[in-house]
Design a protein around this ligand. Sequence first.
Ligand code: ZN
Length: 291
Amino acid sequence: MLKPPFDYITYEVPVERVARIMLNRPDQMNAQDTKLLYELNAAFDLAAHDDNISVIILGANGKHFSAGHDLTETDYYHNITNYETVGTMCGFECAGAEAQMAREEELYLGFSNRWRNIPKPTIAAVQGKCIAAGLMLAWPCDLIIASEDASFADPTLSFGVAGHEYFTHVWEIGMRRAKEILFTSDFFSAQQALDWGMVNKVVPRGALHDEALTLAMRIAKKPRFALKLAKKALNGVHDAQGRESALNNAFHLHQLSHAHNLKLFDMLLDPTGLPEATRAALEKASQKADD
Ligand code: ZN
């Protein structure tokens, strides 16, 4: 079990009953590799299991909340075996599509669902870019505060993938907008996210963390068990709408996207749709892995 101090995450209790977790890989735009995700999961567990904590804030150090998954991570499949996995998947080192699916069910869909179900209110504080898997950290949180400079996108379709692994888009922004942002890969602004009901509040960049803390402190004064029950009741509404089946269906189509790209391009993504800088970084990483 990982414990603080972490390398890519900070964990603190800034005021009574509130835990604050910060992504702390600012030089890489808080890109999520295996280590960051396991550390983040351990930090969430720490806050979830502590009866003295009522509310959890998730923020990020640096200019951007998160650029998404770290596509340049080397030793992509093997390094997962360095960690204690928390789901029930196996086959992390098996051939074919099996390892990829296992990894994504544990680390991506599994973790995001796990964090969504933490029985305490969670608040995401988002600034700068929040791209693809960045949304997979913000969306599982119960409340989202965005700074005025925040912008969001799931551009996965441009590189041949049918949306990211935690497919709650329709519940976050509605069906028409989900189709629009997926089909176009366009960024949408904090103000649009507010208008669409995806974020609770937009604040100046300098006020972001104070606003999140103030909100957390107000909520933390409420009866803890009632907060837990209210969250369960609210999440249960989405569950009753078939959320789990819809997410599993999308996850398996996502796996088909990866398998298709592997056949066509010998990689998980369609490289023709990747930005030039990402493509170059990927080539560099694969050369490093071959060395
Ligand atoms: Zn994937």
